[in-house]
Design a protein around this ligand. Structure first.
Ligand code: RB5
Length: 148
């Protein structure tokens, strides 16, 4: 399984630890940067990761910024992306079970590294349950069609 990862300068320290965490768990990681604390714009990284997931080059995406929020807003502009910000374990689990979220965003200024690892592990290990939730996810996908 392949995961695309990206961060801005605020999320970069958290990203470094989570990339090691993912590799230790056997994930094939594609790290789109950033690679230092020089100020950058989070939508640029959300776009790279979002497009990798949308195109099927990655099975999942992980985006880190200060809060996770800007990354989430940006990634959700890419067709096919269902990005969520999770700050707790239940949100992480339900975003997979109910929403089939394919991109997780978190904030280095809001979530401690140990908690971020727990959230990420739950999010990676939880499967979409389908059923009535499949219909709802399809309705989300329909929102990407042009509206007349
Ligand atoms: C950068 O200062 C900060 O705005 C960014 O990392 C993120 O928190 C935006 O949502």
């Amino acid at each position: 399984m392949r995961i695309a990862v990206g961060a801005d300068h605020a999320g970069w320290p958290l990203k470094e630890g989570l990339v090691r965490f993912l590799m230790d768990r056997g994930w094939d990681v594609e790290d789109f940067g950033t690679f230092n604390d020089e100020s950058v714009d989070y939508p640029d990284y959300a776009e790279k990761v979002g497009r990798a997931v949308s195109a099927g080059h990655a099975d999942r995406g992980l985006l880190l910024c200060g809060t996770g929020l800007g990354m989430c807003i940006s990634a959700n502009k890419v067709a096919g992306v269902r990005a969520v910000t999770a700050n707790d374990l239940m949100s992480a689990r339900l975003s997979r079970e109910h929403n089939d979220a394919n991109v997780l965003t978190m904030g280095a200024r809001t979530t401690a590294a140990a908690m971020a690892e727990e959230i990420l592990a739950v999010w990676l290990d939880t499967e979409f349950v389908g059923g009535r939730h499949q219909r709802r996810v399809e309705k989300i996908q329909n929102l990407e069609s042009p509206q007349f």
